[in-house]
Write a protein that binds this ligand. Structure first.
Ligand SMILES: [Fe+2]
Ligand SMILES: [Fe+2]
Length: 278
């Protein structure tokens, strides 16, 4: 697929994986902003699988201070509407294509990245915890498009993910296709009306210095992405950690001692979350 055809295809909603009707309805209601927590809970319960995953997510470790929860409504209260919307967009897509090579590894990476982003944001006292977590969850969603539409490109990449001479995933994508998963992911997020505070981190998570707005959140997303790799939840097509990690640490004012705390915290929470499989 050449760049022109690829760009045309990405302008259409049908280019992206379909999501169940009830999930579309949930996303629309969240966007509309007038549904009560109770009605949203009832709507989510129409999809038993989604409801189960949402409760499991609320208990998976990121909100440990809230204590265990057992209902959908309690889960929405602890995670917030933005994170809920991010889960509604990502869970059905990853779940539907779990057997496609690389997809489950990407889910694990994205899920752990979302927790790492929240931990970093908490540690540096960034108020936008929900945005940080949601951007971490969605940051690599553009790869799903590549896994489904370009298996001939992605397949060989999965088998050389640990080649020491290899270049980072996004660089290879840009050199080969003229476009990368960050761009595709941001396009996908825009279609679902996510705010700029989430779209910018998705678009610039590999080049956080280029973000013209939401720089702090973008560096948090970029750092969370790399910490996930450091603690073992690496990308299925590239296992190394890029040195731009140092730029993000510098930008966010995270010194060595604090970074050690963040790493330990991420590892601790991630070990609780490893069991959250689709
Ligand atoms: Fe990425
Ligand atoms: Fe990533």
């Amino acid at each position: 697929m050449d760049l022109i055809n690829l760009s045309k295809k990405l302008q259409k909603r049908e280019a992206f994986p379909p999501i169940p009707a009830v999930v579309s309805e949930i996303i629309q209601e969240i966007d509309y902003g007038e549904i009560s927590m109770e009605n949203l809970g009832r709507l989510i319960q129409k999809d038993v699988c989604l409801a189960t995953h949402i409760i499991r997510h609320a208990n998976a470790g990121a909100y440990s201070s809230a204590g265990p929860v057992s209902t959908v409504i309690q889960s929405i209260k602890v995670m917030g509407f933005r994170v809920l919307k991010g889960l509604c967009l990502s869970l059905p897509v990853f779940s539907q294509f779990r057997d496609v090579p690389g997809v489950m590894g990407l889910w694990r990476h994205s899920y752990i990245t979302s927790a790492c982003c929240r931990i970093i944001a908490e540690r540096i006292k960034l108020p936008a915890l929900d945005e940080a977590e949601t951007s971490g969850l969605l940051h690599d969603l553009g790869k799903i498009f590549m896994y489904l539409e370009m298996p001939q490109f992605i397949g060989p990449r999965l088998s050389v993910s640990d080649a020491s001479s290899g270049e980072p995933d996004w660089v290879v994508e840009r050199n080969s296709l003229g476009i990368d998963h960050s761009f595709i992911g941001a396009r996908y997020g825009r279609m679902f009306n996510f705010p700029e505070s989430i779209l910018n981190p998705i678009l610039w998570h590999h080049e956080p210095h280029k973000a013209t707005a939401n720089q702090e959140l973008t560096h948090v997303c970029s750092l969370g992405d790399k910490i996930a790799s450091i603690i073992g939840a690496c990308h299925p097509d590239y296992v190394y950690v890029e040195t731009s990690l140092l730029q993000s640490l510098d930008y966010l004012g995270i010194r060595k001692g604090i970074f050690q705390f963040i790493l330990m915290d991420c590892l601790d929470r991630a070990s609780n979350m490893m069991y959250f499989e689709l």
